[in-house]
Write a protein that binds this ligand. Structure first.
Ligand code: PEP
Length: 256
């Protein structure tokens, strides 16, 4: 895999003016530097359009943070995949642990969302990860395995260049404690093998596996040095354009 991917998940932060300022800051600092890194911004729904305009003509990509699996209908408060394409999104985050934990999304829901995204030619960023309790109980692989099967069950067509995986241990998200590089290497290696079993080696090697969980400018370089890490999904640190671009920089120097 030649490229790395760094994604900013702004979660439920910022009004439109703040989103535009942040996007412009990233655009300005990034310029044409670090061309080997694919950089994606995921603002809240309400800022998609203004951020789309702010990054137009740049190398930045636009992502939504969630979608519904139905294209349209009586689903108050939901947004479908075609609507997101129409709003300029190329990517969509699916199965984030906050969606699973706070909004009750099941592995089945995540699978339906992922299929809807692929059907609409949106690139899903599939998030999987274990809780602290699951890790302590030695159930990390069991959890990840169930999340992968639930999400990928209905996926039959080629996923080469259409899918991004994000390993996000729940205990590392927003806690200030990132997973240790050795833990990340071990888990990413296991995920890669699970993808090989599911899709075959030729396709599996084209699925980037990102790490997410308290990534910041201070720990980005050591995570970027882990051979199995193809990029990162960044929450808190992506709300500051300088911190975010420093993280992008950390991923610019390594050929995977
Ligand atoms: C996330 O929301 O996906 C995330 C990784 O958050 P943070 O970087 O703040 O831990």
């Amino acid at each position: 895999m030649e490229r790395h991917t760094v994604i900013a998940n702004w979660k439920m932060h910022g009004n439109q003016a703040e989103g535009v300022a942040l996007a412009r800051g990233v655009r300005r600092l990034l310029g044409n530097r670090f061309p080997a890194v694919e950089v994606v911004l995921a603002p809240p729904f309400t800022s998609l359009e203004t951020v789309r305009r702010a990054i137009k003509g740049s190398r930045l990509h636009l992502s939504a943070q969630n979608l519904h699996w139905q294209p349209q209908g009586a689903f108050t408060g939901e947004v479908g995949a075609d609507m997101l394409r129409d709003a300029g999104c190329s990517h969509v985050i699916v199965g984030h642990s906050e969606r699973r934990r706070l909004f009750g999304e099941t592995n089945g829901d995540v699978g339906r969302k992922l299929a809807a995204a692929l059907d609409a030619s949106l690139k899903p960023v599939l998030c999987i990860g274990e809780t602290l309790r699951e890790r302590r109980d030695g159930r990390t692989r069991q959890t990840l395995s169930a999340q992968l099967s639930g999400a990928l069950k209905g996926v039959s067509k080629s996923v080469k260049d259409c899918l991004i995986l994000a390993y996000e241990p729940v205990w590392a998200i927003g806690t200030g404690t990132n997973a240790a590089p050795a833990q990340v290497m071990e888990t990413h290696g296991w995920i890669r093998q699970a993808l090989v079993r599911r899709f075959g080696a030729a396709q599996a090697r084209h699925i980037p596996i990102l790490y997410g969980g308290s990534v910041n400018p201070a720990n980005a370089s050591e995570l970027a040095a882990v051979p199995e890490v193809d990029g990162v999904l960044v929450g808190g640190a992506s709300l500051d354009h300088r911190s975010f671009v420093e993280i992008v920089n950390a991923f610019s120097g390594r050929e995977a």
